[in-house]
Design a binder for this molecule. Structure first.
Ligand code: URA
Length: 210
């Protein structure tokens, strides 16, 4: 994957995203839409995975058929909102290994604080997809990528639903080797570090906690 930022402008993704942004969308609909969008984003993020062939036998003949090369993919969810994206992607890639990074944002400093870290082994040989719906300040995303690199990961992609220009710039500065795939590059962050126009607090909206 060469580009640093990929915005998935597929009409289905954009339509579903609009429904998610609307403030009166229910928790149930928000969750369902997130699941549907995550399947479409998963298609894009896995687009350039290396492929090899294996010899198989169809009912007609033998052939060299394409299969994804290398060890199983690793999906790493940045808790808690990452789990909303994770569920959908796992439907598409059921054999993927899964890790979790627990980071919360200190609402005063906006800096990430780590409280959980559990990831699969042999990260150096695997493609790692970090998932978090909102790339806002980029502080947690940069911290999560730092942790993954410390754990051995070398091939990392970052998948989010919305990105703010500030977060994209911060990631590009800290981790230019990590491509970002998103459904939208929004306008800006507000003073509280929320994405505008955005969709509010993704965790609260998917879990109904507000
Ligand atoms: N996290 C969210 O859930 N929403 C934002 O707009 C920014 C960070």
């Amino acid at each position: 994957m060469k580009q640093h930022l990929t915005v998935v402008d597929h009409p289905l993704v954009q339509h579903k995203l609009t429904l998610m942004r609307e403030k009166d969308t229910s928790t149930a609909s928000f969750r369902q839409l997130l699941r549907e969008i995550s399947l479409l984003l998963a298609y894009e993020v896995t687009h350039e995975l290396p492929v090899t062939t294996k010899r198989i036998e169809t009912p007609m003949c033998e052939m060299d058929a394409p299969v994804i090369e290398g060890k199983k993919l690793v999906l790493v969810s940045i808790l808690r909102a990452g789990n909303g994206l994770l569920d959908g992607i796992l439907e598409l890639v059921p054999a993927a290994r899964v890790g979790f990074v627990g980071l919360y944002r200190d609402e005063e400093t906006l800096q990430p604080v780590q409280y959980y870290f559990k990831v699969p082994k042999n990260l150096e040989d695997r493609c790692v997809i970090l998932v978090d719906p909102m790339l806002a300040t980029g502080n947690s995303s940069v911290a999560a990528v730092d942790l993954m690199k410390e754990a051995g990961a070398r091939d990392i992609r970052f998948l989010c639903l919305l990105a703010a220009p500030e977060g994209v710039a911060r990631m590009k500065d800290a981790h230019p080797d990590v491509p970002i795939i998103t459904a939208s590059l929004d306008e800006r962050l507000n003073d509280l570090g929320y994405i505008v126009p955005g969709l509010g607090d993704a965790g609260d909206r998917m879990f109904g906690t507000k």
